[in-house]
Design a protein around this ligand. Sequence first.
Ligand code: FES
Length: 492
Amino acid sequence: MKLLSLSRAARLVGQSRGALQKQIQDGGLTSFEGKIDLDELSRLYPKIELEDNSMLEKVEEIIERARFKARNRPSATPDRETLAARVSLLSDELAQARLEISNHNILMEKLRSKLNGMAQENGANALPLVEQLQTWLKQQLVQPHSVTEEQRRLLARDMVLRVMAAQVHLNPSGHEFLVEGNNTLLESGLSAGFALNYGCSNGNCGKCKARLLSGEVKKVRQHDYVLTEAEKAQQTILMCSHTALTDLVLETSEAGDSTDIPQQSIPGWVKKQQPVSETITVLNVRTPRTQRLRFLAGQRVNLTNEYGHRMELPVASCPCDELNLQFHINLNEQNDFIDDLVRGLKTGSGIMIDGPGGEFILQEEPPHPLLFLAMDTGFAPVKSLIEHALTLDVAEAVHLYRFYSEEGIPYLDNLCRSWQDAFDHFTYHAFPCAPPQQNKLISMFFTKLAADHPDLSQYQAYIAGPASFVEAAATFCRAQSLSDELIHTECV
Ligand code: FES
């Protein structure tokens, strides 16, 4: 039995991990300690054309679009040393498999001569039985029906993927991610959406320590942080300074909730200010490469500009791109910070970032379908949560409903439509709710929504927007059988 991790299996057949998890939950696919049998996979996805790269490329493309990675990410092609190590590992496996086949053939020969010997020793009485056994044995050896052509191709594709990307399994969380090119373990884990412990990203602080339980790593950056002899003896490594040569099992801690994230003060700067509608501007803030903001998707921070004006805002970007933070600001609000924005903050001007805070965060387990209801700039924390959910790739379905009071279309409408185009399990609807009929329109759209989702009891709902909208949306969710602990709200 050939077992594959969920990540590898999903990548091989061009499905999301969430889709495979749903198959496991529904009993369509069996998993063995979190791993999937190749036979079952090829039975479930017999139509995957493995010689055709388009499926794999489609998956790569949507992953690339969804990961929202930091700019300047190194090339995804492993270097020569990494390729050589992985090919060498596969060569060892091949040599081992050949040895086993050779032993198997020797055993078969011995069995045949044993049967011949038995036929001679036991005379005519034993002959029919021995001949029957020999014929059966011959048939079994000529028709190795246990491996189909599809499975053989699936295995071959898995070999190629193993050369191009190593897989990391984290203990005790059980999270898995792939390491491409010479990316560090830390970069890869963060890009995959996991809240790994780290500080400087630069080999100075030692906060990204992990114990290497199996596999081989390669140092890609010299680090100033000095590991003790005891740590070295325990195979401790710094994730920000190493990449994976082979598949790895690491023991490390991850943030489970907001209490695991430290309070930080980070000197950032304005990267860009971009109006996205008549009233809303997107402020992009950059953090230093060696001092990135650790936060959970959906959390808030305080921004203080160089005039000392301060504003608390939800981060609208994914924690997987912790260098580039995005904020959505309604310019109609009364605030000195906003007045400075309207006058135009210069690119490069300093912004102090303090935080993070807030409990409007993604509940990872179990993988419920996700319902997002956002009004106006309530879309900011919801965007962060959706990007994180799409990066984690575990939700079986993600539905976004936006209510907006602007004229025309909601801001960043194209972004939401691009998610819908890229992800089969993502749906998007936008409802115009401009005053003066706003409350009436909102309640009318909830009635429409109730027809789409008469029973929300299996969902997790995330609601963000003005307080009156949040209250109405939470009431709607309860009326559709969603329990309070699965309703998460944020007033913006
Ligand atoms: S994050 Fe500071 S040493 Fe790795």
